[in-house]
Ligand binder design. Structure first.
Ligand SMILES: Cc1cc2nc3c(=O)[nH]c(=O)nc-3n(C[C@H](O)[C@H](O)[C@H](O)COP(=O)(O)OP(=O)(O)OC[C@H]3O[C@@H](n4cnc5c(N)ncnc54)[C@H](O)[C@@H]3O)c2cc1C
Length: 418
């Protein structure tokens, strides 16, 4: 690709910003179009802003040159241009969709007002605006109900508890963060939340949101029990933002389908991050979004130093930081230390796999790795990530582990080099 090729990237989130910055470094400047009012930020750290630990500007991403604020409303593939909400059009030679995901709004009775807005007091938790809205509404002693016990629900519940709210978390599944964590690690997350005063209900379905005068008053559970609520956070998952791609006639299943060069069904249009579906998988996580952005930058700029010319799926760890003590909040009961989690690959063994597990109930730590045919295929660490560097190298390298089992234990106990 020549450096005067027009690369347009839609979405100034983690994937879009990383791609645009990397392309700039490689001498292929891109135009990045993002709709959010705030300067680009690291979404992963929003809960830290909600907890009062970081000011919004602390989580800003280094902004690339060529950032345009605006919302893209359509793609004209024949004319090779995108249309924006302000009526302008931008021509492209190569287009990249990095549009992220939208929160899933569960089909609860009472959730939608006639104007299709959420009732006052009910918040999603995806954007800086959601975060600042929640932050302005939370008060010490406020009764908050968090619907959903995945990564988002757990981080929101934790942050609100740190701000002094009385938090109830309603999780439909039988344990917390069941998509990322195994039962042992889930149990430690539960203990951590309870230590902060969060009341956690598992196997608990919310069916109704009750409002008075357009403001939420309570949440009703499937068994008829009602929880009083000043605030409700909807953390029921996300779905990829595929509307632009669908309207433009690109192949879309759960996400926008891409091949190993992150190309959609139109070879001039690529997709990366939460909106993309590669080899059947929509990751919805930061590390794969960054990997895809870096791989695509190398592919588009023809960078010989990019390790793989093709994207073959993630080899990155999912690292989840559930924060440390708040800077501004009143003291919350329970543990005050940062609570870190890392998970990668397959955290549940198949028959015949080897598992090494170390748990320390007093320190609240848990480490487990799964090995198949002398290869590390997955693992989970909670509470203490000193060994994460060594594990990441073994996982990313996909090398055979020596057969005597010793190195495995070493991987789990060696705190150096992370
Ligand atoms: C509170 C929270 C905590 C999280 N914690 C973790 C974590 O601990 N670990 C982890 O791995 N992942 C975490 N995630 C998930 C992670 O943030 C996402 O996987 C990551 O942000 C994906 O990056 P992206 O660039 O694909 O999408 P996004 O970051 O969502 O960015 C997409 C951007 O595109 C913009 N956009 C969309 N459509 C248009 C349009 N038509 N025109 C212009 N702009 C548009 C959006 O407004 C948005 O700014 C968390 C997410 C949230 C919300």
């Amino acid at each position: 690709m020549t450096s005067n090729t027009r690369v347009v990237v839609i979405g100034a989130g983690l994937a879009g910003v990383t791609l645009a910055r990397r392309l700039g470094e490689l001498g292929t400047p891109a135009l990045l179009v993002g709709e959010e009012e705030h300067p680009p930020y690291n979404r992963v750290l929003l809960a830290e802003v909600l907890a009062g630990r970081y000011a919004p500007e602390v989580i800003a991403l280094p902004a690339p040159a060529g950032l345009l604020r605006g919302r893209v409303t359509g793609i004209d593939r024949a004319a090779r241009e995108v249309r924006c909400a302000d009526g302008s059009a931008i021509a492209y030679d190569t287009l990249v969709l990095a549009t992220g995901s939208n929160p899933v709004l569960p089909p609860l009775r009472g959730l939608f007002t006639p104007g299709h807005e959420l009732p006052r007091g009910v918040h999603a938790f995806r954007t800086m605006d959601d975060c600042l809205g929640l932050s302005a509404a939370v008060r010490p002693g406020a009764r908050a109900v968090v619907v959903g016990g995945g990564l988002l629900g757990v981080s929101a519940a934790r942050a609100l508890a740190v701000r002094g709210a009385q938090v109830v978390l309603a999780q439909q599944a039988e344990r917390l963060m069941e998509r990322q964590l195994d039962p042992g690690a889930s149990a430690l997350v539960l203990r951590h939340l309870r230590g902060l005063g969060v009341e956690v209900h598992t196997e608990c379905r919310v069916r109704d949101v009750r409002c008075v005068g357009g403001a939420v008053r309570s949440v009703e559970l499937a068994d008829g029990y009602a929880l009083d609520a000043d605030l409700v956070v909807l953390a029921c998952g996300v779905h990829p933002r595929t509307g632009l791609a669908e309207d433009a006639g690109l192949a879309v299943r759960k996400g926008v389908l891409v091949d190993d060069e992150l190309r959609t069904s139109d070879p001039r249009i690529h997709a990366i991050g939460d909106c993309a579906q590669h080899a059947g998988t929509v990751y919805g996580l930061a590390a794969p979004a960054l990997e895809q952005a870096t791989a695509l930058a190398g592919l588009l700029a023809g960078d010989p130093t990019t390790p793989a010319a093709r994207y073959t799926g993630t080899r990155a760890l999912t690292r989840l930081t559930l924060g440390g003590p708040a800077l501004t909040a009143p003291a919350a009961p329970g543990p005050r230390a940062p609570f870190d989690l890392a998970a990668f690959g397959e955290t549940e063994p198949r028959p015949g796999d080897d598992v090494v597990q170390l748990a320390d109930a007093t320190r609240g730590t848990y480490r487990k790795v799964v090995v198949r045919d002398d290869r590390l295929v997955g693992g989970v660490l909670v509470g203490e990530l000193g060994t994460v560097g060594a594990l990441a190298r073994a996982w990313e390298g996909a090398e055979s582990l020596p057969a005597d089992g010793g190195p495995l234990l070493h991987l789990l106990t060696n705190d150096g080099g992370s």
